[in-house]
Ligand binder design. Structure first.
Ligand SMILES: Cc1ncc(COP(=O)(O)O)c(C=O)c1O
Length: 365
């Protein structure tokens, strides 16, 4: 089977983990601090706060921004549900909006085409660098000048907008280190910010609400990252540039081979994605399940690309509100119904990629 994704792991990760085990200090030790410092440097941020996964990063970030019951928080409709679940977790309301048909992120033009009441009274906006493709955060902030933007950069470590590295924008940006992401720690996440007060608050929120050992300023859970995971992350980060380079070459080959047959995500001019996920949109009328089965029959693991949140049962009242406001979701629906993620990871051989390309051509023909 040609897998959809495969982390790049070597003896260096094993050695780094073994050295943490030898110290006996497994939580919030030197490796977590080192990993945070390296990510902060890489993304041009003042503060990095490691947590146990990307969903936890979003959860504590929203809490640090004082999002609470009834608050309206913008969330792109096309996504893995984590950001909207984090909003619901705080009894706030996700305001679901369609994505741009070319970029598959929310964009200035996608926001401008919304019925105006949609954007009224927002307490925050979550902007996602979907599949690693940099969103236009600066332009979106100009359109929403009074709304704090939380960037969900779960997929985009190693991507670049052309002006700054992804993770570098937003009042807080959140990363994930799940094995499907370019840099993995097994499970892991991080919040990035330039604001010292938010950083302090995030550190308390990840650690039972403690401002110092035994001093509890607020109630919170345990969202800490282990030193074992961080040690792995430090090694993974040293591989990041090489992994992005390899992914970019593979993505370029898919793009030239499949141009005109399927639609692909299109970055803004100058943006350099990390190609965390390579998605294709099948032509209208094609049955995605049949296509996935045909690929599987050829030993190719391809997957459903993403989800249109307003169609999921947990967002039934948000979908109702959107309909009442006159919103529609043609792009997220098309991508959720006909989008496919193709195998892409640094070790994918030219021969295997050719098999995938031929199979997609056959499916579309
Ligand atoms: C856009 C986005 N945000 C958040 C997450 C959640 O990250 P994690 O799996 O580390 O909780 C994911 C995970 O796939 C994601 O794709």
């Amino acid at each position: 089977m040609i897998p959809l994704s495969r982390p790049v792991l070597g003896t260096e990760e094993a050695t780094a983990i073994a050295s943490v085990l030898e110290t006996g200090r497994l939580v919030q030790g030197a490796r977590v601090a080192e990993f945070e410092a390296l990510i902060a440097e890489r993304t041009g941020r003042r503060h990095a706060i490691a947590v146990c996964n990307g969903t936890a990063a979003l959860r504590v970030a929203l809490e640090a921004l004082l999002i609470g019951p009834g608050d309206r928080v913008l969330v792109p409709d096309l996504t893995w549900p984590s950001p909207a679940h984090a909003v619901l977790d705080l009894h706030a309301t996700p305001v679901l909006v369609d994505v741009d048909r070319h970029e598959w992120n929310i964009s200035p033009s996608s926001l401008r085409s919304l019925p105006p009441p949609t954007l009224r009274g927002l307490r925050a906006a979550i902007v996602i660098d979907q599949f690693g493709l940099p969103a236009r955060v600066r332009e979106l902030q100009e359109l929403l000048p009074d709304v704090p933007i939380l960037v969900d950069a779960a997929c985009s470590l190693g991507s670049h907008t052309g002006q700054e590295p992804c993770g570098g924008l937003g009042v807080i940006a959140c990363l994930s280190f799940h094995p499907r992401k370019v840099v993995t720690t097994g499970e892991g996440g991080m919040c990035l910010t330039d604001d010292p007060e938010l950083a302090e608050c995030l550190r308390e929120l990840r650690n039972h609400g403690q401002s110092s050992p035994g001093t509890f300023g607020r109630a919170s859970g345990n969202y800490r990252l282990s030193d074992i995971a961080a040690a792995m992350g430090v090694v993974q980060l040293s591989r990041l540039s090489g992994m992005v380079e390899a992914r970019t070459e593979l993505a370029a080959r898919y793009t030239s081979a499949l141009e005109g047959l399927v639609q692909m995500q299109r970055p803004a001019a100058g943006a350099r994605p990390n190609y965390q996920t390579f998605g294709v949109l099948l032509p209208e009328g094609r049955d995605r399940e049949q296509a996935l089965q045909a690929l599987r029959a050829l030993d190719i693991e391809a997957g459903k690309l993403s989800y249109a949140l307003h169609t999921l049962p947990q967002f039934v009242s948000e979908a109702h509100e959107a309909r009442e406001l006159g919103q529609s979701f043609p792009n997220s629906i098309a991508l959720a119904e006909r989008g496919i993620a193709l195998p892409l990871w640094p070790g994918l051989s030219t021969e295997d990629q050719s098999k995938v390309i031929d199979a997609v051509r056959a499916v579309v023909a």
